[in-house]
Design a binder for this molecule. Structure first.
Ligand code: ADP
Ligand code: F6P
Length: 325
């Protein structure tokens, strides 16, 4: 059978996410099963501009499905926002015979993918970010692993917080999005979940509630704070001063980006990587694959980037029902 592409490149871009390796593996193995040549472009768009390009085969992706990080390395490359470098990137693809590229990353990376498409290289984006902040899809690679990592850390913090009868503020990642905070807050039984989408700086209200609950006999208080909301350390100082309750801030940071991907991240990343190659084989370009309404789907990149996404309203609703009154 003959396909619209003969040689495809695969790259990872932006922040890494557990499950990216499973997606790379799926791209390589699906491509090879279709008789395509596969090139790994290392270090994202920066590596493309430096022609850091390697041949890949089935063996190159053996024993990686269980690994966090990305074997192709990743980078942020500001140059690629400029037209001249986008043209150069497309030219380098042509020089290496690459007529299709799979870009695994977030919204920023999809902008880069779209620019490559404009310059004549067929591209498909695969959503890879722990933040879950890509509007067209209900799933992004790495989110599931990241929330499990954060949840386990918060469980541990609760032990020490309870022993010392303290208040604990846990800062989770998410850039400007609160999905990680919402999920881990619910899963760890947090009293408060502060997200950029819903929290508008009313610290006095939180202080009042902490005092009420302390009077009712609550011995520890867990607040999950999304990184976009602001400094957890400053918030801890304010709470301690106002309540007299010892308060500690813990920023979970980059541990949320590492570790072995969960089963869900491995399986969904595998499906999305396969779908991306199938689209390239059909001659599709400027698309993003995703998961929505129980199906693996794809969208035009511009259409996908113009979509917006809020926190899951029902999950937000239940947060008010589940805390101590
Ligand atoms: P993410 O893909 O996780 O959103 P970034 O926003 O950091 O991460 O974007 C990753 C990379 O994608 C950038 O370093 C750059 O190389 C490329 N990129 C981002 N925005 C654009 C753009 N507007 N045009 C072209 N390339 C872009
Ligand atoms: O987009 C993933 C993410 O981990 C965000 O949650 C966070 O704000 C950012 O990347 C951190 O980026 P860096 O690795 O450059 O510090």
């Amino acid at each position: 059978m003959s396909y619209a592409v003969k040689t495809i490149g695969v790259l990872t871009s932006g922040g890494d996410a557990p499950g990216m390796n499973a997606a790379i593996r799926a791209v390589v193995r699906t491509g090879i099963s279709c008789g395509l040549n596969i090139k790994g472009i290392r270090h994202g768009f920066a590596g493309l501009l430096e022609e850091d390009i390697i041949d890949m085969n089935n063996l190159s992706v053996s024993d990686i499905i269980q690994l966090g990080g990305t074997i192709l390395y990743t980078a942020r490359c500001l140059e690629f926002k400029k037209k001249e470098y986008q043209e150069k990137g497309a030219e380098i693809c042509r020089k290496h015979g690459i007529d299709g590229v799979v870009v695994i990353g977030g919204d920023g990376s999809f902008n880069g993918a779209s620019r490559l498409a404009e310059n004549g290289i067929n591209t498909v984006g695969v959503p890879g970010t722990i933040d879950l902040d890509i509007a067209c899809t209900e799933y992004t690679i790495g989110f599931d692993t990241a929330i499990n990592t954060a949840m386990e850390a918060i469980d541990k913090l609760r032990d020490t917080s309870e022993s010392h009868e303290r208040c604990s503020i846990v800062e989770v990642m998410g850039r400007t999005a609160g999905h990680i905070a919402l999920w881990t807050g619910i899963a760890s039984g947090a009293e408060y979940i502060l997200t950029t989408e819903k929290y508008h700086g009313d610290i006095q209200r939180i202080i009042g509630k902490i005092l009420d609950r302390r009077r009712l006999g609550k011995k520890n208080h867990i607040i999950v704070n999304a990184e976009g909301v602001g400094s957890s350390t400053e918030m801890a100082k304010l709470i301690e001063l106002a309540t007299g309750i010892e308060t500690r801030a813990t920023v979970l940071g980059h541990i949320q980006r590492g570790g072995n991907p969960t089963c869900k991240d491995r399986v969904y990343a595998s499906a999305l990587g396969t779908k991306a190659v199938e689209l390239l084989c059909e001659g599709k370009t400027n698309r993003i694959v995703g998961y929505r309404g129980g199906e693996f789907v794809d969208f035009d990149i511009q259409e996908a980037l113009s979509m917006t996404k809020d926190l899951d309203p029902y999950l937000f609703h239940i947060t008010h029902k589940l805390t101590t009154k």
